[in-house]
Design a binder for this molecule. Sequence first.
Ligand code: MN
Length: 614
Amino acid sequence: MENKDVIVYRLGAGCDLADVEEGKIYQAKVQGFATFGMFAQINDRIKGLVHKSNIKAEHKERDPVLVRVRQIRPNGNIDLEEVLVQVYQVQNVDRKSTIVCISDLAGKVGKTVAIEGEIAQIKQTSGPTIFTIVDETGTQNAAAFVEAGVRAYPDAELDDIVKIVGEVMLRNNQLQIEVDSLSVLRDEDAAAVKIRIEKALDARSEPENIPLLVQSDVMEKLRPEMRKIAKIIRKAVFTSQPIILRHHADADGICSAVAIEQAVVSLIKDSGGDFDADYFLFKRAPSKAPFYEIEDITRDLDFSLKDHIRYGQKMPLVLLTDNGSTEEDEPAYKIASVYDIPFVVIDHHHPDATIDKYLKAHVNPYHAGGDFGITAGMLGTEVARLINPKVERLIRHLPAVAGVGDRSEAAERALFLTLVHDQYPEQVCKDIALALDYEQFWLRFNDGREIIKDILNLTGNPERHRKLVSLLVEGANFMIEDQMSASMPHVVPRVLKNEAHLFLIDVEIHAHKFTFPPPGKTSGEVHDRLCKQNAGIPVVTIGFGPDFAVLRSRGVLMNIPKMVRELRNEIPGGGISGGGHLVVGSIKFVEGMRDVVLEALIGKISDADIQKGK
Ligand code: MN
């Protein structure tokens, strides 16, 4: 039998009985002896008996031997005979078993399976290395162990396509694969799997075709772009890409972000992975400024890069809501583009076309003939329903809260209010919006995830929700009244040449500082009172400090972002910046130029047209 053509098979670790064939020769190891022969192991889990009549040499335990499979009995017992060959070729036997889909693993606990997929995360623990694998049906963790705290399969990298064979286990009620073998697929093999996964993920990420909550021509026109954002977010969830959601820190911004938070978190939980995946794969954070500023991108980038290095996480997708549409966001986008971080935006601030080159998708009512009356909270809730229709019942009141919070005058405000009128009448929505603003003031720039959920009645504890909101409203109103009794006597009125009534209030010296309500909201409250006192008359209120002014107007057709740009050009040395909505916004300048800037600003307001019937 001394022949180079003799083939000896080496049975892979993942192989089971189905991979063993009668008549073939296998490498084996002596496991032990009995009176009638010796046992030989073909791999860790498969052994057979060599009857003493078929033993050809003397052996001790653990000796390597070559064995031919004489017979596999119906009960799974294997009869072997020893063969003696000197020259032969070795061929590996890989598990022939079909690849199992990740979504089918729950039914295979205790079984050894093979899966194919992309590595979405590599986390080194003090014990095993945890690979998070994504296939076309789901996400699963696979634990590979060489030595405590030592990285297993160091050749396998993030985004590699791999084949894993291992046993499906339940650990703390969570499925996990215990890796027997992991191989990185290359070239055509990898490409084929990648294409298969990509195609299936693309189909799976496609949002359901559901109608809007309310009838709205503008929102109907925005639907394709809303679907696009929903699809991008769903895909990020299915591929374990972290999502950072940044939003304006007011009631509208919070509503838009929380609606999406509900949808994303429940989608993450449904699609497998770690029990706390929703915490490290999703982060919501309010932005300090009314735009995505350099401080924000710097923080987000810093944390993402550290998580990427430390926990083997992918770089994130960033979603901005109630922020992101204006050129003020551009410096941050530029920094992010160095790292190829993808951005999507849901905003209702007047958009600047220059920023679209940085965005993967951009929902804004101005793109469809609408205006800021269709608020970020309304748009965010519709996108959230597309991401995960399951959460609709929970979040359908958020657009009404957002609408009253942002003082929307669009027809959609009434439609969303009607939708939830039974449980959330208008005054209740106003209270919730005020409670959100007040709580966010104390939260500063934390997201307050769980407290905010209680304020919005998302935790299934309506009693606690009511108590909390009523207490916060009481506190907020008390502080607002206190502020108004200090400020209102110092309002300076002026009638402009377009007959708009202008009111000026120095919030730096006639309002309490560093407390609620802050200057912007203080000016808004002053404005609301002045509008009531001057019913039927166009009103503009300017609340100013040493180096800033906040504008509110009713019945005057202004374009604040445009006025700010003009002033910046017309007043050299003014240090002017700012923006916001067309008729609600803010402007910054250097202290020494305040009077010049304010007078020029007032000049522009008195040139603005008056809106009829307001
Ligand atoms: Mn808003």
